[in-house]
Design a protein around this ligand. Sequence first.
Ligand code: LLP
Length: 379
Amino acid sequence: MDFPLDLFHGTKTPFYYYDLALLRQTLECLNNALPSSLYKVHYAMKANANPAILEEIKAAGLGIDAVSGGEINAAVEAGFDPSKIVFAGVGKSDEEIELALKVGIGTFNVESLEELEVISDIASRLGCTARVALRVNPNIDAHTHHYITTGLAENKFGINLELLDSVIDKCISLPSVQLTGLHFHIGSQITDNTPFGILCERINALQTELEQRGICFKTINVGGGLGIDYDNPDKNPIPDFKSYFNTFAEKIELRPGQELHFELGRAVVAQCGSLITRVLYVKKGIVKQFAIVDAGMTDLIRPALYQAYHKIENISSDGVPEKYDVVGPICESSDVFQEDAVLPKVSRGDLLAIRSAGAYGEIMASRYNLRQLPGSVCR
Ligand code: LLP
């Protein structure tokens, strides 16, 4: 990636840099890869809610997958059509449910019988009907990091298959909810399409079984989870949306007119973002040398929280490579971006780019140690 160093000049570090041209290209590829107009993508706003990013996503015609009242408000403020908002989450508060109903969102992705009853009560009080999709836990191992796998039986997410019949019965009996779909999500950063194929098979079996009971759905929502190449962001800047969608096109048995919904987050925004940080000190130890930078786990928590790898580049120097532990200033020993990173000789004042940070980067920043939140620069 070419970084606009002139634009960075004078900008307070650390900050997120977003390459909006790459984002536009990514969105174009995504739209071109959709096999039919019945395939619809709701962008998972939890990955990044920067207004400049939302603007591009809206322009590309995607809907929004929101997980809080805050995200619903941000989607509406950004000008998304409320009917293209789906609202997910295991713990929706009464206030959030009321907000979603008043705004007129498309669908609630419902995670429990208990939640269904509350939604129905609130909708009755407001004199409206809530469209709901039941989130089913399909018990599939997505072979991803255990913190971001969600489809296994022991997760807190979704309705266990054994309980599904009773929740459907309840849904049918409640006055102010309308059952429109089934929802699934098996995990995140999935780089092999096999688990998605298995998901399709589970969905096919389930649909056939439920149809025998006379239950049909307008939509099937398969969640998000398509991964990206953290190792080679320049070689693979855009995920292979074609093979991903084709896996579904080949395996899933949609009923006539039935829509297939996706909730992609990372695959859309990860590669267009980098965290730009300045080297404060090059500290020589006995066996190691440390590049101490002004960004920390408060700005990008993924390495500390998930042992995630993000490629790091020295964008100020093309000197002879040396080995560094790239670490932040936070008082936590997990505040390490990368051990033994091989970088062109690093000096105080150099800018480093921590790549593939557009998803779950800026949005997960915190003010721990009373630090300022990182800013952002777009081009
Ligand atoms: N739908 C549901 C129900 C989800 O729980 C998620 C992500 C998505 C869609 C979007 O998944 P994606 O397409 O982005 O994989 N903070 C972690 C990732 C947490 C993902 C949570 N759920 C990380 O930095 O890797």
